[in-house]
Structure formats: C-alpha cells, structure tokens
Design a binder for this molecule. Structure first.
Ligand SMILES: C[S@@+](CC[C@H](N)C(=O)[O-])C[C@H]1O[C@@H](n2cnc3c(N)ncnc32)[C@H](O)[C@@H]1O
Length: 213
C-alpha cells in the first residue's frame, strides 16, 4: 500500500457483510443523488476516494462511467472485489498518486472520521486528482435543522460512531469535532469552494455537495 497504516477493518472482517448491508440500505438515495450529479456534469472518469465496500463505485460503473476506486484498507478492497468486481487501489488518501486525471471525484462518509489536518491534506490530494474544470462530490454528516426526529437520529448516529471507535481509534473524537463545527456544509463553506449542487437526505442529516475544483 502507498503510505503506511494498519488495516483497521481486518479484525472485523466477518461483520462487514452485515455492517455494509445496513449502510447500503440507508445510503441508497444518497448514492442516487451522487450519480445524478455526476451525470449532470457529464463526468466520464470518476475517482471514488475511500471507496469502502465498493457499492457506490459499482453503481457509477453501471451508469457507464469509468471509475477508479481507492481505499486504505486491504480488507475493504477485498470485499469490494469479491462483492462487486471493483478492484480498488490500496492507498492512503493523503498520498493519492493522481494529477488532473479525473472529471470528478467522490469522497463519501469519510471526511468526518479524519483529523482536521488530515482532512485538509486529503482534500488537497483529491483536488489535485481532478481536472481543472472538475467537480468534487462530498457526502457526509451535517448538522440538520432541530426537530424531535433529528434529536433521535443524532443520538443513534452518535452511538453508531462511538461504537466504531473500537475499529478505528480516534474516530469518535474526530466525528465529534467535525459535528461541533456544523459538519460537512460549514466545513466546505469555510474552504470557500463554489457549490455547484447541494442536496440533503435523512431529514437533513446527510449532505451531498458538489463543489467546483
Ligand atoms: C465509513 S467508510 C465509507 C465508505 C464509502 N465511501 C461509503 O460511502 O460507503 C470509510 C472508508 O474510508 C477508508 N479510509 C479512511 N481513512 C482513509 C485514508 N486516510 N486513506 C484511505 N482510505 C481511508 C476506510 O478504509 C473505509 O473503507
């Protein structure tokens, strides 16, 4: 693998089909928004950064686009290969080896689990990987409008993220800091990128934002 790290998912390999199945169910509509945005901009080549189980990369491919998946976990990469025939490059997102190669890049449900500095570093590498006319689509938690349902959802998400800390130590603190600052939308606004498209899902808890490079 390019860059170094331990494979956080190796010890929980047997739980992956179950965990990824749940995630696929909840993120179905979210992923359709990503596909619609990619098609709207006419993307033909797409980089899926931190591609996880491979479902989104597979859906992108099914829509006729060429996709390169990248993930830091060999266990996730193997899952993606065996379930979807998507073979990710196993590499750290901080060390993506691409330069102005793709029409678009997607980074889904990962920015929240990175430290502030690491998140900046990854974003810069993703920006570097897309063409100058390119688009980056980020999918992640964002703070929703207050409501009873969102209060409940926020408790569930927090519980889920805190459980995940055993797989990826430090994850929960990074998630908490990310959410305390408002989540995805304010983080992107702070970077002053131009929002080409924006949608929210799950009562406003997950945002899909297409940003011009
Ligand atoms: C929560 S999963 C999200 C997967 C997928 N993008 C989705 O939306 O379903 C996070 C993925 O990011 C990968 N990941 C986390 N930090 C990474 C890094 N710094 N470099 C490469 N991959 C990373 C993990 O291995 C994991 O597969």
């Amino acid at each position: 693998m390019e860059g170094t790290s331990t494979d956080n998912y190796a010890p929980v390999k047997s739980a992956l089909p179950w965990a990824i199945g749940i995630q696929n169910f909840f993120l179905r509509r979210v992923r359709h928004s990503v596909l619609d945005m990619l098609q709207r901009i006419g993307a033909r080549t797409v980089l899926d950064v931190c591609s996880g189980g491979g479902a989104l990369a597979y859906m992108i491919q099914q829509r006729g686009m060429s996709v390169q998946a990248v993930d830091g976990s060999p266990t996730m990469a193997e899952y993606s290969r065996s379930q979807y025939g998507i073979i990710p490059k196993v590499a750290r997102a901080e060390a993506l080896p691409y330069h102005q190669q793709f029409d678009a890049a997607v980074i889904g449900m990962t920015l929240h689990e990175l430290g502030e500095e690491q998140r900046e570093q990854v974003w810069q590498r993703v920006e570097d990987a897309v063409k100058n006319t390119g688009i980056i689509i980020a999918v992640d938690y964002t703070v929703p409008p207050p409501s009873v349902i969102n209060n409940m959802l926020s408790k569930l998400t927090t519980l889920d993220e805190s459980n995940f800390d055993t797989v990826n130590p430090g994850h929960y603190q990074d998630y908490q800091r990310f959410m305390a600052a408002g989540g995805l939308v304010p983080w992107l606004q702070k970077r002053k990128g131009y929002f080409y498209d924006e949608r929210t899902h799950l009562f406003g808890n997950i945002a899909v934002v297409a940003v011009m490079k």
